[in-house]
Design a protein around this ligand. Structure first.
Ligand SMILES: Cc1ncc(C[n+]2csc(CCOP(=O)(O)OP(=O)(O)O)c2C)c(N)n1
Ligand SMILES: [Mg+2]
Length: 556
């Protein structure tokens, strides 16, 4: 009898509402901010959110909230966004698709019509085709999804989605019908499901083959990718480099997985878009150790790269391959640990002449008109240690190839999915996730016109990004491919946005002297955003784009 009573007591103590449990889980994954916009289907959850220690960051648009949560996830380990049914959720699909493609662990919480309301299939507002439409769409762009329609399964379902997001570093979707938020059930205290362990025999065989291959090679090189950052393996990479003196290049999506001032860092390998010397070094290697990198067309410089499987080791969370065969049942983590535990011979430090004697400072030519090349040269000298760069696509991204990030994980960009409009909203997530860092946003005028008004949110939350608008009067990247009036856009007075938003500082920059002055003022303006409208020639382009164009023209 006594015992029975205590069991009932325990059950009561463990009882928790579904909505509260979701908030507990968010906090357990170190999420301190949730981005989004409310709506009637999600208001009762918003009420709970407001009472929790988590801060809600209201944005101006749901797609922007998705970008902010994505950037937060990249710098924090997981991010979350909370929106209303369909009108909110569907407007965010592009951002979440990008997070999926680039492996960013974002948890999507969507409010939805209550389960009772769904009976007899009524035409409720925001409904598209069936009540399941939004979930079916999200099934395509998330690694796990759940409709919390039953308190008996809801708690396990929440655990499952969180586990999957954390394990696969891809977005997850939780749909919370509004009449389920306060329904109580019990926590399960189920331990997180860990990844299946490696098969020890296969692991040994894979590691032995890899180590023999590396040791027999003349000039091995590492190609480091974004997964090293997502899975927190940067220290393993550094140890591998430093114990063997094998140098590393990074892919564009993996930019800044290693501090770019490291003496064994070669630069970005991106086919013809990267520096010629880096391409030569990587492509002439007889053993390319590809770690956590995905061979996307962007990472391969629109397929101008020339990497041969027959002289590569390819290890990611999805696949371990050496030359032409793959090893099943070996995890990326175990494979890296096995390489570190093995005896890989230490080599002489390689000669990297193009990195020697590089000047860090640039003499400003005060009256020279701004060019993309000089913009990046001057920025290289301007970047300080505690600064992250958030680059939008277009020449903001291509030009960044030649920027040298001081510390690791300082560069955030949609470098594979390349959705315009990422950078300004992403800077909000990045700064809230890493408040110790100053955010420097590089954004084209076209991309800025898509989501730049999100600076309103930076103002509301006291953030101080430095926003450099590369104003080349339209869709510059597209002009290089196919010119037409469709590449023109409206001329905005970007520097006057502070008047509209009630805060911030704005500068029009035409010359190097004006750029230098505005950058210094921006650094000193720590209380609000600073926007620089950098006027560029319509047809000007970065050295990276020029390299690509040159290579492609030779190919044709
Ligand atoms: C959301 C989205 N729409 C359209 C495109 C296609 N696109 C690729 S580059 C580009 C032009 C970008 O213009 P801008 O932001 O001014 O950068 P610039 O190329 O001028 O440096 C466009 C429209 C895209 N990548 N993303
Ligand atoms: Mg432009």
């Amino acid at each position: 009898m006594e015992q029975r009573k205590s069991v009932t007591e325990e059950k009561k103590q463990n009882a928790v509402a579904i909505g509260e449990y979701l908030l507990e889980k968010l906090q357990a994954y170190n999420i301190k901010h949730v981005f989004g916009i409310p709506g009637d289907y999600v208001l009762s959850f918003y009420h709970l959110l407001e009472q929790s220690p988590i801060q809600h960051i209201g944005m101006t648009r749901e797609d922007a909230a998705g970008y902010a949560a994505d950037a937060y996830a990249r710098v924090n380990g997981m991010g979350a966004v909370c929106i209303t049914y369909c009108v909110g959720g569907l407007s965010m699909t592009n951002s979440i698709a990008g997070a999926y493609a680039e492996k960013s662990p974002v948890l999507v919480i969507s409010g939805a019509p209550g389960m009772k309301e769904r009976e007899k299939d009524p035409l409720l507002h925001h409904k598209v085709r069936s009540f399941l439409t939004q979930k079916l769409i999200y099934d395509q762009i998330t690694v796990a999804s759940a409709l919390l329609d039953d308190p008996i399964t809801a708690f396990d379902e929440i655990d499952r989605v969180f586990d999957s997001v954390a394990r696969y570093k891809r977005p997850g979707y939780i749909e919370l019908p509004r009449d389920m938020v306060d329904v109580k059930g019990r926590r399960h205290h189920r331990p997180a499901v860990s990844a299946a362990p490696s098969d020890p025999d296969v692991l040994r065989a894979a590691a032995t083959e890899a180590v023999d291959f590396i040791n027999a090679s003349e000039n091995p090189v590492i190609l480091a990718g974004v997964e090293l950052d997502r899975f927190g393996f940067q220290d393993k990479l550094l140890r591998l480099m430093e114990t063997t003196n094998i140098p590393a290049a990074a892919t564009l999506l993996g930019k800044s997985v290693i501090g770019e001032k490291h003496p064994l860092y070669l630069g970005i390998y991106e086919g013809a878009m990267g520096r010629f010397e880096v391409r030569e070094f990587v492509e002439s290697s007889d053993c390319v150790i590809i770690l956590g990198a995905f061979m996307t067309d962007m990472n391969l410089g629109i397929y101008t790269a020339n990497l041969d499987r027959g002289r590569s080791i390819y290890a990611t969370s999805e696949k371990i391959a050496i030359k032409y065969h793959t090893y099943e049942d070996v995890t990326f983590n175990d494979f890296l640990d096995a390489l570190l535990a093995a005896v890989i011979r230490q080599r002489q430090l390689p000669a990297l002449p193009w990195l020697e004697g590089k000047k860090e400072s640039v003499a400003i030519q005060p009256d020279s008109p701004m060019t993309v090349r000089r913009l990046f040269d001057i920025l290289n000298a301007f970047i300080i240690d505690d600064m992250m760069i958030i680059a939008d696509i277009g020449d903001s991204l291509f030009g960044s190839i030649d920027l040298k990030m001081h510390q690791r994980a300082d560069f955030v960009s949609p470098a594979y999915y390349t959705s315009m409009g990422f950078a300004v909203p992403a800077s909000i997530g990045a700064q809230l996730g890493r408040p110790d860092q100053r955010a420097l946003v590089l954004v084209g005028d076209g991309a800025f016109q898509m989501t730049g008004m999100e600076l309103s949110t930076s103002v509301r939350f006291g953030l101080n990004p430095i926003v450099i608008v590369l104003n080349n009067h339209g869709y510059g990247t597209e002009r290089q491919l196919h010119e037409g009036a469709f590449n023109d856009i409206g001329e905005w007075h970007y520097s006057q946005l502070p008047a509209v938003l009630g805060s911030g500082r704005g500068f029009v920059v035409r010359t190097e002297g004006e750029f230098d002055f505005a950058l210094k003022e921006a650094l000193a303006n720590t209380g609000s955003f600073t926007i620089l409208d950098v006027q560029l020639d319509k047809l000007d382009r970065s050295p990276a784009l020029m390299r690509l164009a040159e290579k492609l023209s030779k190919k044709l």
